[in-house]
Design a protein around this ligand. Structure first.
Ligand SMILES: NC(=O)C1=CN([C@@H]2O[C@H](COP(=O)(O)OP(=O)(O)OC[C@H]3O[C@@H](n4cnc5c(N)ncnc54)[C@H](OP(=O)(O)O)[C@@H]3O)[C@@H](O)[C@H]2O)C=CC1
Ligand SMILES: O=C(O)C1=NCCCC1
Length: 324
């Protein structure tokens, strides 16, 4: 059995590969070529710590795989990441365990890639270079989005907001330095950060008060809302206020997951429009550019299957090269 570590995975990950694998998984959710199994939440009693088990299967000659991700979350982790993930990849003929992959960075990358794919298909005018992107939350998922969106689109300005200001400042400095740019700007005030933004990403552990208010938003804005609290928690909260859901078209990655975990949104009056895959496949027309669109990202096991297969193939290729 092979173990592929975070360090090895970091050397194999590219945005191009991640975007293709994630798009394949989003498409498969809407054309019946991936399993629709629900994920399971297990909580350590009387604590906010949870484990999610995500079994999945994706049929695809390039990105197909049969895998199960386990992910533990501890919102109180101060010295390490909030999320720790591992992915078991199985042999489809024998059922034997083939590989265990560290899954934390894979989760960060594919979550950002899912938002980028959603933005590509739901916010068609994004190729206009005069666009502003605002990212709320500069943790691991926010950081991955900043890299992914910088490398995938041409925004004129990328705004960063974080509850703890210093974290946004640190990330902005890192990114401006790495990409030799001044596009990344820190905003202390949430409203100022959201106003006039064309695309918004929320990547926080949602608190009791929603982060973003409807009255701050520009016509036709596209929002990728990635922060979620497990469905087994009684104090479930969302990053966007109810008025936003009432006035938006809401897109999801998969209906079975949304039906199980996003029931509240229908209660808020949300127009739960379609899976992103249905738009990719041309089954449903995307937003008209005037309405607000929200991609309420849940994350799918099939995305992890696609990524596990991608990384496994790259790893094996590298091993073969090294032995010749
Ligand atoms: N949709 C998907 O597929 C996936 C979604 N997620 C979700 O993404 C979110 C972020 O995860 P990750 O980046 O790994 O976590 P991190 O712990 O790295 O970052 C958490 C972020 O949330 C902020 N935050 C925490 N509480 C609040 C609050 N009350 N108000 C505003 N901001 C707050 C933190 O701010 P500060 O720095 O001040 O503490 C920090 O920016 C989580 O909700 C997670 O469940 C994760 C993986 C996949
Ligand atoms: O898909 C995932 O992976 C996650 N989804 C929601 C919560 C954290 C991880």
């Amino acid at each position: 059995m092979i173990f592929i570590s975070e360090a090895e995975i970091a050397s194999l990950l590219t945005w191009e590969g991640t975007l293709k694998a994630t798009e394949a998984a989003l498409k498969a959710a809407s054309n019946g070529t991936s399993a629709k199994t629900q994920r399971l939440y297990t909580q350590i009693l009387n604590t906010p710590k949870w484990m999610i088990t995500m079994p999945g299967y994706l049929e695809d000659s390039k990105y197909g795989g049969w895998a199960c991700k386990t992910l533990t979350g501890n919102p109180q982790n101060v010295n390490g990441p909030t999320l720790n993930a591992n992915i078991m990849l199985f042999d489809e003929r024998s059922g034997a365990l083939k590989t265990v992959l560290s899954g934390t960075e894979i989760t960060n990358w594919r979550t950002a890639a899912a938002s980028a794919v959603a933005t590509k298909y739901l916010h068609s005018r994004v190729s206009n270079p005069e666009k502003v992107l605002s990212i709320f939350g500069c943790g691991e998922i926010g950081r991955a989005h900043a890299h992914c969106f910088y490398n995938s689109f041409e925004f004129i300005e990328i705004r960063l907001w974080n509850r703890t200001l210093q974290k946004a400042q640190k990330l902005a400095s890192e990114l401006n330095e790495k990409y030799n740019t001044t596009k990344f700007r820190v905003f202390e005030n949430k409203e100022a950060c959201a106003r006039d933004a064309d695309v918004i990403i929320t990547a926080t552990s949602p608190g009791k008060v929603p982060l973003i208010k409807y009255e701050w938003l520009k016509e036709g804005v596209h929002i990728n809302a990635t922060g979620v609290v497990g469905s087994s928690l009684s104090d479930k909260t969302f990053e966007l206020d109810r008025e936003i859901y009432k006035h938006s078209e809401v897109y999801v990655d998969n209906w079975p997951g949304a039906n199980a975990e996003l029931g509240e949104l229908t209660g808020f009056g949300a127009n739960m429009k379609a899976e992103v895959g249905e738009v990719i496949l041309g089954k449903i027309a995307g937003p008209d550019g005037k309405q607000i669109s929200v991609f309420q990202s849940l994350g799918m096991a099939s995305e992890d299957c696609a990524m596990a297969r991608l990384i496994y193939d790259l790893y094996m290729k590298k091993q073969q090269k090294n032995t010749h």
